[in-house]
Ligand binder design. Structure first.
Ligand code: MN
Length: 291
């Protein structure tokens, strides 16, 4: 199997706040080569690198906002976040848990630090990834998958560490989340000097993010904490070795290959569908969610 070559290694950019609860580095889209089209079906990635939030009585977060046409996937590494949406989905996710929300035809959504976490303060580290939907599913009913860490299948690598299969598969082990198109989302949790090998089809858009420690990719590329690696669309295999205890998120998905029209929280195929989304939102068709 040929090696998937590295196309680009990106250090995290200047962070910005989403609401007052998420201090994020944006990796997709908008920065040079990581457009929605380039990373399709992964159309947005905000990364809250580990950041200490001081204790507060008023939970920090982001208030009611709409989404249509895609899925929001939140992976918690440190801290706890509470979510609610207008289709009745919601809950609290903490370390190792995943919230997979299919906005599809439209939901209102709010995302806050969980109450007790807010009161105590602490380190907060999260990834929010937006996964695009194919045209035929963009207007399907919203749904919500609350995936607790204990529900995520684990591939044991012995002394090397383990792979958590959030979605897709790893060496035949199927992931916890159901997806609309082929998407692999894996957390590699490696011990010092631990190694793991991955294989994804050459045409899949593929990247990784280092959340803990640092790693060597494909035998010679040193990748530091909080850095993002984009792979070329050739070759299949990726090797990772941890310099120290490390956590790496790998994402690889089959491009949907349809036109993308996006504005803020709406990601559709054509401009007129965005106009429709704004009309529907303004007419209250996304439902109701208390602020
Ligand atoms: Mn949201």
């Amino acid at each position: 199997m040929a090696t998937k070559q590295i196309e680009l290694v990106m250090a995290p950019g200047v962070p910005h706040f989403v609401g007052d609860g998420f201090r994020v580095h944006n990796f997709i889209p908008g920065r040079s080569r990581l457009s929605m089209k380039r990373m399709d079906p992964f159309i947005m990635l905000d990364y809250n690198s580990k950041y200490y939030f001081s204790p507060t009585e008023q939970a920090r977060g982001v208030g009611v906002h709409p989404h249509r046409g895609f899925e929001t996937v939140t992976i918690a590494y440190k801290g706890k976040v509470a979510h609610h949406d207008s289709s009745g989905g919601g809950g609290v996710i903490g370390e190792g848990d995943v919230q997979w929300m299919t906005a599809a035809s439209g939901v209102l959504h709010k995302e806050y630090h969980e109450k007790e976490f807010s009161k105590a303060g602490g380190d907060f580290q999260m990834v929010q990834l937006w996964v695009n939907l194919p045209a035929k599913d963009k207007m399907s009913a919203p749904k919500y998958q609350a995936i607790e860490n204990k529900q995520i299948p684990i591939f044991d690598l012995g002394e090397n560490g383990k792979i958590e299969v959030i979605a897709g598969e790893y060496q035949g082990l199927k992931g916890a989340a159901s997806t609309f198109t082929p998407v692999n989302l894996l957390n590699a949790k490696l011990n010092k000097d631990g190694k793991a090998t991955f294989s994804f089809p050459a045409n899949y858009n593929t990247a990784l993010l280092v959340l803990e420690g640092s790693v060597v990719v494909n035998g010679n590329e040193q990748v530091a904490l909080d850095n993002f690696v984009l792979f070329e669309n050739n070759g299949e295999s990726i090797d990772i070795q941890a310099n120290e205890q490390a956590v790496v998120l790998l994402m690889s998905g089959e491009p949907i290959g349809e036109p993308i029209a996006s504005h803020g929280p709406f990601v559709m195929n054509h401009h007129l569908e965005l106009v429709q989304a704004f009309d529907d939102f303004n007419q209250g068709k996304f439902g109701y969610l208390e602020d």
